[in-house]
Write a protein that binds this ligand. Structure first.
Ligand code: HEM
Length: 128
């Protein structure tokens, strides 16, 4: 039951799909991010839809298929510097606009993703 969740409030599955599309379209073109992402982002986007659905209080689609998220550990193979973290958040910020995620949910989501993104950094700027 996902009533009363952020997931439900923003418009559920259709909105998450729109947000994730808008996000990876930007990731695919961002010079800081291209080197660490696969060329084909189809599977990456599918996993992100599952993860965000779950993060926002919808069905636990990510864990059902992949187990515990352990996001920091899953990101360790990729050198995530402060500038890549900023690039990720810049793409997400623009994607939230394009997907028309309305306030107050937009700010709540961006704040939450900012904290998660900061937790994902694993490489100093000069070691990438
Ligand atoms: C996977 C980069 C932050 C959620 C990945 C992958 C990369 C990446 C390179 C692997 C893509 C693939 O092989 O398919 C980054 C960078 C971040 C960042 C540079 C900047 C801080 C985040 C945040 C979240 C997140 C904040 C959650 C809101 C995920 C998920 C996956 C993923 C769910 C798929 C994990 C899996 O393989 O099951 N990320 N990420 N990432 N990322 Fe991030």
């Amino acid at each position: 039951n996902s009533s009363g969740t952020l997931y439900e409030a923003i418009g559920g599955r259709v909105k998450i799909e729109r947000l994730v599309q808008a996000f990876y379209k930007r990731v695919a073109k961002h010079p800081e991010l291209i080197p660490i992402f696969p060329d084909d982002l189809t599977e990456t986007a599918r996993k992100q839809e599952q993860f965000l659905t779950q993060l926002f209080g919808g069905p636990a689609l990510y864990s059902e298929e992949h187990g515990h998220p352990m996001l920091r550990r899953r990101h360790l193979p990729f050198p995530i510097t402060p500038s890549r973290k900023n690039a990720w958040l810049e793409c997400m910020n623009q994607a939230l606009d394009e997907a028309e995620v309305d306030e107050p949910y937009r700010s709540a989501i961006f704040e939450r993703l900012t904290m998660t993104a900061e937790h994902m950094m694993n490489t100093p700027e000069d070691e990438k």
